[in-house]
Design a protein around this ligand. Structure first.
Ligand code: COA
Length: 273
């Protein structure tokens, strides 16, 4: 079935990898209320798409995302409390609620510019690959506002406290290599190789057992906020639930291949399903 057409978002496919591209290139993919609504719909739709194994969040044109749209999100929607409430709810829904608990692995593919509110979806994705020459920054301080929504929380969660305060308080921009050093991205690659390197990671993820991958990413995120005792209990129940959900794991096929048949080396790669 053909993908839905959106005004502010474009769906692209490469086999079982689905690219959800912010698509307001003339406005550097600044996030308008319309873009937020489209992203909620696109992410909800792709979350249950059987053809999709991995989702990449990208941006068309010269920027990944220039943050919230200062005109349409702040100034215009701010005049109407109902529009403002809807835009605010949609903005939080896709950038955090949906993405940070997405049932499929997600990769932020960042190029050009990423500012302010864009840090929420950057941190919500499971993985991030950034172009070396990308420019990222917390420019809020230059506008006389604090990193709002949950951006300040995202910084505290992902970066060491010294770095979080430094970059939020100064607004100083940094490049892709620095984003890796700060813990915001996994890899920085030459801009010309960004899509190929993203596809390489996506392809690797697409070959893993999707249930184990999903449960693993959920578990690693959630236990960070728990005591070790609570984490131990949670992880035991989570593993039980995984074994009931997935017959291959429940039947311990991989373990039989390794221990009894000696035909599989789990340290070297995923079990061939
Ligand atoms: N909100 C609304 N519009 C924005 C925007 C934003 N966050 N970022 C860019 N735009 C618009 C510009 O107003 C301009 O619109 P116009 O063509 O109608 O004049 C268009 O996008 C292109 O922007 P421009 O500044 O000419 O592009 P550039 O490539 O030279 O610079 C940026 C790109 C991202 C460096 C620059 O636009 C910028 O600093 N944007 C603000 C980023 C920001 O601080 N975001 C956080 C908000 S809290």
């Amino acid at each position: 079935m053909a993908d839905k057409k959106y005004e502010n978002v474009e769906i692209q496919r490469d086999g079982n990898i689905t690219f959800i591209m912010l698509n307001r290139p003339d406005k550097r993919n600044a996030m308008s209320p319309g873009l937020h609504a489209d992203m909620v719909d696109a992410l909800e739709t792709i979350s249950v798409d059987p053809e999709t194994r991995v989702v990449v969040i990208g941006g068309n044109g010269p920027a990944w995302c220039a943050g919230q749209d200062l005109k349409l999100y702040f100034r215009e929607a701010g005049k109407d409390p109902i529009k403002r409430r809807k835009a605010n709810a949609d903005s939080h829904r896709w950038r955090w609620e949906l993405l940070s608990r997405y049932p499929k692995p997600t990769i932020a593919m960042v190029h050009g510019f990423a500012f302010g509110g864009a840090f929420t979806q950057l941190c919500a994705c499971d993985f991030a690959i950034v172009a070396e020459d990308a420019t990222l920054g917390l420019s809020e301080v230059n506008w006389g506002i604090i990193p709002g929504g949950i951006v300040s929380w995202n910084l505290s969660d992902m970066m060491l406290p010294r770095h979080a305060v430094y970059y939020a308080a100064t607004g100083e921009p940094f490049d892709g290599k620095r984003a890796v050093e700060l813990g915001l991205a996994n890899f920085a690659v030459p801009a010309a190789e960004l899509r190929a390197k993203t596809l390489e990671l996506a392809s690797k993820l697409s070959k893993l057992n999707p249930n184990v991958l999903r449960y693993t990413k959920e578990a690693v995120r959630v236990v960070r906020k728990m005591t070790p005792e609570d984490a131990r209990d949670y992880l035991a129940v989570k593993q039980d639930s995984l074994m009931r959900l997935d017959k291959e794991i429940g039947d311990r096929v991989g373990m039989t291949e390794f221990l009894d048949k000696k035909s599989y080396r789990p340290g070297l790669g995923p079990y061939k399903r």
